[in-house]
Design a protein around this ligand. Structure first.
Ligand code: RB5
Length: 147
């Protein structure tokens, strides 16, 4: 498992917490930034992470901004990316099982580091179920291919 991770200034401290967790878990990652607390623009981090996932340079992506919303909107513009904005453990598991989400977005101004870490762990640990969900995910990839 290799992960690309990115944040803006609004998500920096949770990004650092998740990196520590991945270090401890032996999960390989590439950090695309940011590394400062001054104001930056979330698409500058969301798009590089999403592109690495789409190009299969990494298996998954994790993005954190203030709300997670800007990151998820930007990441979902990249073909092949299914970015889920998640702030609870039920959705973290369900979006892997049902949607095969390959990017996780969270908002540091919405949840604290404790919950964010648990969400990231569950999301990284849960497999896609396929089966009846494959047809639904396939309709999304078919639409992207036609666009
Ligand atoms: C930055 O102030 C904030 O807009 C950003 O972190 C994010 O919440 C955007 O969706």
């Amino acid at each position: 498992m290799k992960v690309a991770i990115g944040s803006d200034h609004g998500g920096l401290s949770i990004k650092e917490e998740i990196k520590k967790m991945m270090d401890e878990a032996g999960i390989e990652y590439v950090d695309v930034g940011c590394d400062c607390t001054t104001s930056v623009d979330y698409p500058d981090y969301a798009i590089p992470v999403a592109e690495k996932v789409a190009a299969k340079e990494v298996d998954r992506g994790i993005l954190i901004c203030g709300t997670g919303i800007g990151m998820s909107i930007a990441a979902n513009k990249v073909q092949g990316v299914r970015c889920a904005l998640v702030h609870d453990l039920f959705s973290a598991k369900a979006t892997r099982e049902h949607n095969d989400s390959n990017v996780l977005a969270m908002g540091e101004r919405v949840i604290g580091p404790g919950l964010a870490l648990e969400i990231a762990k569950v999301w990284l640990d849960t497999d896609y179920e396929g089966g009846r969900h494959a047809n639904r995910v396939g309709k999304i990839t078919d639409y992207e291919a036609r666009s």
